[in-house]
Every structure is written in structure tokens, then in C-alpha cells.
Design a protein around this ligand. Structure first.
Ligand SMILES: Nc1nc2c(ncn2[C@@H]2O[C@H](COP(=O)(O)OP(=O)(O)OP(=O)(O)O)[C@@H](O)[C@H]2O)c(=O)[nH]1
Ligand SMILES: [Zn+2]
Length: 203
């Protein structure tokens, strides 16, 4: 009985949100001196609204939901690394893209492993939010730390920010690197150094 009204509510909320974004985009076009009825622009508010709904659709998702499937592999408490997970997201200051690669390492505890693709799914979910690179990196590490309770997690993100390239300082090609660690990587200097060089692809 409940599922149909809930679905209808969700669809209605999505429709209302799309209309609100369309109106805002229409107003921006007018403020820029454009004619929103001209052929090239007439569908632009709808296109932009759908695009924002898509690229910000991770706001209400919990990235930990991807990590609920745990494989028990007793005796495997050695490092797992997935490098070069490509992502795109939107900087919350300017609503311009930043994009690059996430590199993830975790040291399992008690043989608790997750599927490799699930790590990329975590990156995908937190990328579909208005973001800061530092928070994106924290959210990936926290999701893995909470869901798997590993001995340690290390996440490195390297990205180029369009708000630094196509406007403002116009620092084309600059890369921002963020690194966060949890658990054993905070305390064990040797493990930290070894894993960092693996994350950088140096080993
Ligand atoms: N720490 C951090 N800063 C970011 C990120 N994305 C964009 N920024 C910065 O956010 C800052 C916003 O600064 P403001 O002075 O409020 O805005 P602004 O006048 O547009 O700044 P400029 O880009 O220097 O022209 C800029 O320095 C951006 O480079 C991010 O992911 N993390
Ligand atoms: Zn920005």
C-alpha cells in the first residue's frame, strides 16, 4: 500500500525540483541579456535542470550502502589498492567541474574484504554532490572505515579544477592533491610510507 504513494511523492518532488531549477536557469539567461525563447536556448533550462539533477543525485545516497557485501577471506589481512578511479564532480564554490583520479588503499581486519568495484561505486556516489576536494577525499575514507572497520585506510585524490583554469587565476593544468589516512596509517610510519609509494604508483 505504501510503495505506490511513496514513488509518486518522489516523482512529484523530482518534478518540482526540475521546475525550480528551470526557472532559475531561465532567469540567469535573462540577466545575461539573452533571449531564452530563441531556438538554441529554448530547451536549455530543461537540459540544465536534468543535468544538475543527474550530477547532484548523490546528495541523498549513503556511500556505505555499496560496501554492505563483505567477503570473508580469513587470513587475508594484507594491503588492497585500487588506483586510477576516474571521477568528475562539481566544485561547490563556483559550480564548475573538477575531475581527476582517486587512489584507494585499505588494510583489511579479520579478513573482511569488499568487492573492488564497490570502491569505485563509493567514489561515484560522493562525486555526485556539490563538493570540495578535501571533503570528497574524507567521505571516501570515512565510508570505507565505517563499513569495513579495516586496520587502516588511505585515499589520495588528484584533480584539476576548472574554476582555477577557465576563470580567475587561469592556472591551466595545475593539479591539486589531497591525502587522508585513517587507523594504522596515522600511526605506523613504515606502513604509511610503503602504502603511499604504492598509491603513487612508484612501487
Ligand atoms: N580548499 C578548496 N578550495 C577550493 C576547492 N575548489 C575551489 N576552491 C577555491 O575556493 C576559493 C573561493 O575563493 P573566493 O575568494 O570566495 O572566490 P573567488 O573570488 O572566485 O576566488 P578566485 O578563484 O581566487 O578568483 C578559491 O580559492 C578556489 O580556488 C576545493 O575543492 N577545495
Ligand atoms: Zn571552485
Amino acid at each position: 500500500m505504501n510503495t505506490i504513494p511513496t514513488d509518486i511523492d518522489a516523482l512529484e518532488a523530482e518534478r518540482l525540483q526540475r521546475e525550480a531549477i528551470m526557472k532559475a536557469v531561465h532567469d540567469i539567461l535573462v540577466a545575461l541579456g539573452e533571449d531564452p525563447t530563441r531556438e538554441g536556448l529554448s530547451d536549455t533550462p530543461l537540459r540544465v535542470a536534468k543535468m544538475y539533477q543527474e550530477v547532484f543525485s548523490g546528495r541523498d545516497e549513503d556511500p556505505r550502502a555499496h560496501l554492505q557485501t563483505v567477503f570473508q577471506e580469513d587470513g587475508h589481512d594484507d594491503i588492497v589498492i585500487v588506483r586510477d578511479i576516474l571521477f568528475h564532480t562539481m566544485c561547490e564554490h563556483h559550480l564548475l567541474p573538477f575531475f581527476g583520479k582517486a587512489h584507494i588503499a585499505y588494510l583489511p581486519e579479520g579478513g573482511r574484504l569488499t568487492g573492488l568495484s564497490k570502491l569505485a561505486r563509493v567514489v561515484d556516489t560522493v562525486s555526485r554532490r556539490p563538493q570540495l576536494q578535501e571533503r570528497l577525499t574524507d567521505e571516501i575514507a570515512d565510508a570505507i572505515n565505517d563499513a569495513l572497520a579495516p586496520q587502516g585506510v588511505m585515499v589520495m585524490v588528484e584533480a584539476e579544477h576548472m574554476c582555477m583554469a577557465m576563470r580567475g587565476i587561469k592556472a591551466h593544468g595545475s593539479k591539486t592533491i589531497t591525502l587522508v589516512t585513517r587507523g594504522l596509517f596515522d600511526t605506523d610510519r613504515d606502513r604509511r610510507a610503503e602504502t603511499l609509494s604504492l598509491l603513487k604508483g612508484l612501487a
